[in-house]
Ligand binder design. Sequence first.
Ligand SMILES: Nc1ncnc2c1ncn2[C@@H]1O[C@H](COP(=O)(O)OP(=O)(O)OP(=O)(O)O)[C@@H](O)[C@H]1O
Ligand SMILES: [Mg+2]
Length: 602
Amino acid sequence: MRKLSPEYYLSKEVDENWHELQGMGFLREESRDPILAEFQTLISSTQQGMIYVVSEEILVEFENKTYPTVDTNFYVKGDIPPLFFAQPCKNPLKDRPKIQKEFPDALITEKGYARVFVAYRYPAHLPEGFLYSTFGLAKEIILQWQKMPPQKVLSSFEVSISRKSRIGSVADSAVVSNIEELINLVREGIDILSFYLYFVVHANNKQELQQKSVDLQHTLKSYGIEIECPRFFQSRLYNFEVRFSFSGFNLFSIKKTIADARSMRALFPFIKENFVDDGGVFLGFSGTGDPIVFNPYKRHNYLMLILGETGSGKSMSSKIYLRRLHEKRSIPIYGIDPESEYAPLANYFGSTSVQLKENAPLGLDPIRMNLDRVMVAEILSEVYSIPPQLRPRLRKELFSTTSENMFDFIEKSDKDMKKYLEPILSPPDYYIFSGSPPNTSKPIIFGLRGLRSDHLKILTTSLISVYLGQEMRQSVVFVDEGWLFIRTPRIMHVFENIARRGRKHGLHFIFITQRVEDVASTPEGRTLLEQAATALLLRQEKEGVDAIKNIYKLSDGEMQSLVNASPGEGLLKAENMKISIRVVATSEELRTFSTTPLIAEG
Ligand SMILES: Nc1ncnc2c1ncn2[C@@H]1O[C@H](COP(=O)(O)OP(=O)(O)OP(=O)(O)O)[C@@H](O)[C@H]1O
Ligand SMILES: [Mg+2]
C-alpha cells in the first residue's frame, strides 16, 4: 500500500509533462459522448503520450473495523490540454518498486512478484470503458501512443494493400478493407496512432501471480482482447524501455497496434466508482457500501460546499470532517460560527475560540488591523448604507487618513459622512471596533451567537473574513449558516475571493448553508456554488431542489433521493465524481456533536 505524506499534495513540486487526472463515475448515457470526445482530443493533442493507471489496495479503518477497497489514480504524460481537471504532478513512475530478479516470464520486485502483459489482438468493436474491469487485477495499466504523420500512413498503407491484394485470401481481403477504411479516415483528417497497451500484474507470491494472470487473461478475452506475456522482455517492458518506430524493426518483436483516434475512445480509462483519496479522511459509506475517503487537496480547487435544509446534518457532517481533518494533519482551522455550535468544541478541531458578545470589546478596528482599504470601504458602505455618491470619497479618505483608529477617523470626517458612520461611535457597534484585535496567529473559531442582530453578525463576519483573506495562510476556514450573508454581496465577494485564491495558498474554504436557491439567486452566491470543486449535498427542500438540480446536473432520481434523505445522507460531488454518501459519526461524535438532545442513551 502506498502512503504519501499529506504534504505531498500541498507541495508545489511537479514534473514537466506529467498530469494527474480525476476519474469519474461510469459514463452515463447523457454525458458519455462529450466525455469520450474529450478523451479523443486528449489523445490527439499530443505527438506522443502515455497514460498510466495505477490501482492500490487500501484498507480503511473505522471504529476497529477494516474495510478493504481499491483506489485508482490516473496520470498522463505528454503535452495535453487542461481536460478532466488535469493538474501538474510529480512523475508517478519514480516510486515504482525496483526489479530485484528477472525470470523469463516474471519479475521479483522490492514489493513482491510482477508480470507484464502486452495486448496484441483487438476485436473490431470494444465497449467503451472496458478497462475498468481490469483495475483490480492489473495494478498498473499503461497506454503509450504516438501520432503517425499522415503522409507516412498513406504510403505505408498503400504498400500493404497492394501486397495483401496480391496474396488474396479471405482473411487478407478483410484486412484490406480495414486498411481502406483507415485511409479514408486519414483523408478526413482523423489522426492515426500507433499504440501499445500493457498491463502489470503485481502479487505477493507466485500462486497469486498465477491466479491474477489467468483472471486478467480471461477478463480481457471476454472482450475479444488477447494478451501475451513476452518472455525475456519482462524487465525492459516493466521499465518502459519500448521505443516507437515507424519503419524498420521495433526495438523488440512486440507488435504495436495501429488505430484511428476515434477508435481509441474505447480505451477510455478514467473511471472511478468508489471514492478513496490517498491521504484523505474517512467520511462514511457510499450506496454500494464502499468506504468514502476524501482529500480536499486532491481537487482542482479547495472550495467545499455543504448544502442542505435545516436538520439535514450539515453542521454534524462538517464537525466530523473538521475533527478528522485535524487529526490527520494539523492544519489550523478557523471558523465563522453564527450559532456558536463549534466554538465550545474548538479543542476537537485543534482551535481556540472567541465567543463574541455585544457589550465586550472585539478589537476589529479595520484601521488598526490594517485591512485592505478598498474592501473596508465597500463593506462599511454596504453595512451602513452609505449612498453611492459618497462611496468614492469614503474610499479615498480611508486611503489617505492619518487617523490611527476608526473612532478618530469618524470624528475627523465631515458631517455628511459622519451621519452614516456615527452608529460606530456608540454601542453595540462601538464594541466591535474597540479593544485590542484578536490574535489570529493561533487558529480561532468565532462564535457569533452572542451577537443577537444580523447587522452585528454581518459586520463582524466581514471584518474577520477580510482579515483571514488578507493573511491567506495554509489553513482551513469554514463559514456555517452561510445564507445569513447572501444579502451582503461584499461579504460573499470576500468569501468568493478567499475560495478562488485558496488553492495557491493551501487554504481550504468550507461554506455551509441552507436555502441554496437564495444563495443561487445572487451573482456572488451563484459563483461560489458553481466554482466549488466539492459539494456535499444533503437533504433538500422540495421547493428549492431545482437550483441544485441545475447547478449540479442531477437526474430526477438523484433529486428524489435528496428530498427523501435522512440526516447525514446525500450526494458527494467532487469534480466529475458523484457518489451517494452516508456520513458516519462514531457514537462519541454523535454524542458530542449533536445539537438535538438524544432521547435515550445506552
Ligand atoms: N451523520 C449523522 N448521523 C446520525 N445523525 C445525524 C447525522 N447528522 C446529523 N444527525 C442528527 O441530526 C441533527 C441535526 O443535524 P445538524 O445540526 O448537523 O443539522 P444542520 O443541517 O446543521 O441544521 P441547521 O441548518 O438547522 O443548522 C444532529 O444533531 C444529529 O442528531
Ligand atoms: Mg447547522
